[in-house]
Design a protein around this ligand. Sequence first.
Ligand SMILES: *Cc1c(COP(=O)(O)O)cnc(C)c1O
Length: 405
Amino acid sequence: MNYEKFFNEQLLALKDDGNYREFSELERLRGRFPSAKCYNGPSEVTIWCSNDYLGMGQHPSVLQAMHETLDSTGAGAGGTRNISGTTHAHSILEAELADLHGKENALLFTSGYVSNWAALSTLAAKIPDCVVLTDQLNHASMIEGIRHSRATKIIWKHNDLDDLETKLASLPSSVPKLIAFESVYSMDGDIAPIAEICDLADKYNAMTYLDEVHAVGLYGPRGGGIAEREGLMNRLTVIEGTLGKAFGVMGGYIAASAALCDFVRSFASGFIFTTALPPAVAAGATAAIQHLKASALERSEHQVRVKQVRDALDTIGLPHISNPSHIIPVVVGNPVKCKYISDVLLKEYGIYIQPINYPTVPKGTERLRITPSPLHTADDVERLVSALEDLWMQCDLMRTSVAAQ
Ligand SMILES: *Cc1c(COP(=O)(O)O)cnc(C)c1O
């Protein structure tokens, strides 16, 4: 086989479909979120698609905690948790996370992806005859974890309680069951009916595993996520989250009972055999969590900005998927136009929004996913919306009836 030829052909096929991924080279500027230095467009751009939803990655107390810990403990953790990587900073962070979710314990991983992969694969593989009931739109990291477990997997229709119940009822009552789902789904911004799923879990004696990656820091009185906001944290078996999105740093975790955390700690390859997070990263995450537990200001301003952007889009009749979360998906419905709009936004308007194409979303639903933050100004919003209006006309895209008047 000519290996190079094979790679190049596969890449060419992606490019022909308009699905080839190109990364913008950006450098965030300390303390200046959402501005960034750009190396493949105008020198400075405004970021409108960051998952650092609240700008905590630039927050003074997060940076201070990271500087202090770096200066006092050095760069890396020194190995896996088992060998030398359980530092004081890791223990403090796990206690902070357990408290955030009202659970007995928490367990850190190097990313949210790894936490889903490791926890789900370990639980589903090690519990004899476990059947995993997984929402159709679950994140790749959950899918991979479940696949790796080789447990029986049943996919239920997205957020569909009837379908979930039918599938639960089809299983013998003695079979161990694990229901895996997310709170905020990041592509459409819709939210799962967590309480009703917990009711079904109780009725059929199933465990629940909730990915709150797009909700931690952003919802609930202390930033514990949608389950906190709805008073449901105690009903979930496992709550999983990331430290890399609203908490602005990096890492992932599960929060659960002491026994479950100890079980995953003891059996998960993806926990045991990899170097722990640098202590400075753990300290930065702790500072972000502590700040957002005490301050609701970022959360409320976040929601205000989201509403401002939605209202401005409505005023010019730009269609966006309505949902109860902070994610504003503007569907273009064509991969080539979607990428074109994103390119022109960057090069001519200094606005960075990564196009979201297949396989992240289904073909025909290619979109721009706008994530406003409390740090975007009214002027930023105006520039964004007027740029989108120009491009919508240029690309001859549909508008809602408001605009036709
Ligand atoms: C981003 C994401 C993850 C992975 O988290 P990382 O910390 O970025 O690895 C997990 N689940 C969902 C739903 C995500 O969007």
